[in-house]
Structures are given as C-alpha cells and as structure tokens.
Design a protein around this ligand. Sequence first.
Ligand code: HEC
Length: 89
Amino acid sequence: MKKIPIIVTLFILVITAIFITSCATTNELAAAKSGAQLWGENCLRCHNTPSPETFSDTEWDVAVLHMRVRANLTEDEAVKIAEFLKTAN
Ligand code: HEC
C-alpha cells in the first residue's frame, strides 16, 4: 500500500517533464514558422479568416491585436502574422 503514492508521484513527474519538453519544442517550432504559416494554423481555427485584401494595414493592426488575445498568440507570432497580412493586402 505504501508504494502507491511513490508510483503516483513518479508518474506525475514524468508527465510534467513530457509536458515541459513538448512546450519547449512548440515554441522553437513557432519561432521558425513564417507569418503565412502561423496565419493558416491559428486564424482558421475559429472562423474563416477574411482574405488579406479585405483590410488596410491599419485595420489589420487592430484586428490582429484583437485576435492575438483570442488566439493566445505570442507577440512574435502576432507580429509575423500582421506582417504577412500587410504584405499580402
Ligand atoms: C479563439 C477563436 C479565434 C481565433 C483563434 C481567431 N479569431 Fe478572429 N474572431 C473570433 C471571434 C469570436 C470573432 C468575432 C467577434 C469579435 O470580433 O471578437 C472574430 C472576428 C475576427 C475578425 C473580424 C473583426 C472585425 O473587425 O470585424 C477578423 C478580421 C479576425 N477575426 C481575424 C482573425 C485573425 C487574423 C486571426 C489569427 C491571428 C484570428 N482571427 C483568430 C475568434 C477567433
């Protein structure tokens, strides 16, 4: 009976380690991704994103700022997506 908590503790530690490692990998990948790729992966999750021509540079700045909160993006990701949208409009 006394062994169960040790096993549970080890299990939690292993899961935590895997979780932390997977987060680190995701962040590295995000840094290597282009704005277009980040846009395709993040902005179609909730809705059909309007095409880049829909909005002006200023309007995209506002929309990306707003969507950054919704999509839970890092600043780097949001900047890359905004840059992509502004070069394609
Ligand atoms: C978590 C869900 C979610 C994600 C991810 C998301 N959006 Fe949205 N988006 C919404 C919702 C909900 C609305 C409508 C309500 C609102 O404006 O908050 C919206 C509205 C919009 C609008 C219309 C706003 C306007 O001014 O009419 C644009 C443009 C837009 N999203 C672009 C994007 C872009 C670009 C991304 C990627 C960075 C993105 N969205 C990611 C949920 C999301």
